[in-house]
Each structure stands twice: as C-alpha cells, then as structure tokens.
Design a protein around this ligand. Sequence first.
Ligand SMILES: [Zn+2]
Ligand SMILES: [Zn+2]
Length: 375
Amino acid sequence: MGQNDLYELLGVSRDASASEIKSAYRRLARQYHPDVNPNNPEAEEKFKSISDAYSILSDPQKKARYDQYGATSDSGHADFGDMGGVEDVFNFFFGNMAGGSNARTSQDRHGSDVRYDLEITLTEASKGVTKNIEVERSVSCKDCSGTGAASGSKPEKCSDCKGRGMVTHVQRTPFGQMSTSVPCSACGGVGTFIKNKCTTCKGHKQVLELHTLDVTVPPGIETGSALHYPGHGNAGIGRGQPGDLYVVVQIQANKDFQRNGDELHAQFLINYPDAVLGANASFKGLYGKIDFKIPAGTKPGTKIRIPGHGMPTVHQKSKGPLVLHINIDIPKKVTAEQKELLDKLQMTMSGKKDIENNEDKEEKSFFEGFFKKKK
Ligand SMILES: [Zn+2]
Ligand SMILES: [Zn+2]
C-alpha cells in the first residue's frame, strides 16, 4: 500500500462523509471484484488496495489515526488483518454467489448473480449508449409454480428427515455420545420429496429463459466497469430473492484513438513546410471536425492539446483533452516541381551548413587520427 493516499485510492475527498466513503468503496469493489475480473492480477491488486483502504477509513478510530499521522503501519499489519467491516460489504454484494451459509437447511435460497460481458466501441463509450441485451438466467418454473412437482401433485414431506432437511446421527464413542447433524441425503437437505416431477423443469423448480433488457451505458465509462441491475439475476428458490445482474463493459480497441482516463490520444501527420512555417489544420475527432493551429517551428513528437475533445468524465459534464502527437510526413516521391523547390531550399540551407561543417570536420579528423593510431 505504501505511500498511496487512502482517500485518493477510493476517489473521495478528505472531508468525505462515512456514507460517501462507503458508496465509493462499493462502486470500486464491484468494479474490481475478482468474481467479475477473473484471471486479472491487476484488478485483484487494486481490489486488495481499495479493501485495505476501506477497512481503515470505515473504522472511526483507524480513520482518526490515519488522518492524524497519515500512516497506516504504526501497528504493523494489524490494521489490515481486521477485515470484518469489509466482509460485511462483500456479503452484501456477492455473498449470494456462494449460496449462503444456511442454504442447505432452508427451502428458501437467494438466487445467484449473473455476469454479462458487453462490448462497446470507443465512440459509444464517449457518448453513452443504450443497448438491448439478452441474458440467460434461471426463473421460477411457471408450470409448477416453482414447486418442481407435476400439476395436481405436491412435494411431499421427506420421511427420512420429517421435513427438517437435516438428520442427526448419534454415535457412541469411548468419550460418550456424540451427535452430529448433516443434511438429509434422501431429499438433498430441502425437507421435501417430489414423487411426480414437473415435466417442464424436471423437478428443478427453475427453467432457463432469455431475459431481454435495455442497459444504459453512461458516457465516459471505463473498460471493466460493471453496471449493476438488482434483481435481474437468477431466480431465488422459495421465498429467496433473485440475484443481481452485473453488466461488465469492455471497450473495443480503436485504430485511431488511444484512451488514457479522460484523455484521447491520436497521431497527426503534417508536412515539412507546415512544421516550419506553421499552418491552420483540421482533425476529425470523435465529436466532429476540429480546427486548430500548428505553430511555426513544430518539431516531430510535439503534443498539441485540444481541451474538451477527449473522453467525458462519468457523472460530470466536462470532457478531457484530445492530445495530438505530431509527426512529420516525409514523402518518398515528389513531383518535378517539388523537387526543384526542394533543391533550391537545400542549396539555401546548405550555405549555412558549411560553417557548421567546418567544426564537425576538425572533430572528425581528430577522431580519425585517434582510431588510426590505435590500429
Ligand atoms: Zn429429507
Ligand atoms: Zn416445473
């Protein structure tokens, strides 16, 4: 974690309220959570950092100490070991992915979350876009009303566990009687048994369906960000709530532009006379044609920043700059007329060059002599 500012890590100001810190953390946790970024060590690292930051800034005592001393390591790594508060937030988001700890003993189960990867273009990311997507998710079977039993029949109470879902084994050991509770194997821990299975869902209580919905991507979204749609995930079982849908946005690479935060970078070729004398130029940006000036004496590699033509910042009305990287276009072929003009130019410029060359020559002969001696 080192010298990283914890407030900066969470993208909040130093005077942010507890709820602002919490919602900033939740937003980032959703974006960088390993479940939505599989095999992405960078995201994992980031996720750890923001979790560490949140474990300190969400604890009034630790926060006060951090604000006062600016350090988090005055008590070694103890600060990061206590992640209780962070765990709670994980469970809030992703706990249902694991099915919940009491799922086996209860007939009600929270539905699991669904991830959908949405690819958009850079242009779409710059302006925002609404996409109609089709997501495969499980829903309660309509034909059996989610019971899993064929019409006219009902799930029966499991006789092995008497509907409890758990069975208790009593063992006699040298140390006395030991009883252990395990999920009932006859009913799989649900407490009911379906004799006549629903033919539609084959007793699974749920079927897969294609769920269509419109997702609205805000302008300026970063690649890897997740849009959260509560309740649009897989159906729960019994009275269990459905899971959530996370639409993870990926922005396709663009051949003309490279993005860096709210900056857009592009190459721009100019000719030699324009570089020397300066010129009016125009560039086709993401939002249309941009007129700008090339200053006289522009060298290759010069960056021209054009404010307001880069990427928007999410939830802000401002846009970053467009940065044009200037390069000089050297033609391989020239017309007879151009050649004549360039010859003339070469002659005028080499007049000055002769003076410079005199100094070069002396240096050269010194080195030539030096290397000759060595041979
Ligand atoms: Zn049972
Ligand atoms: Zn069914």
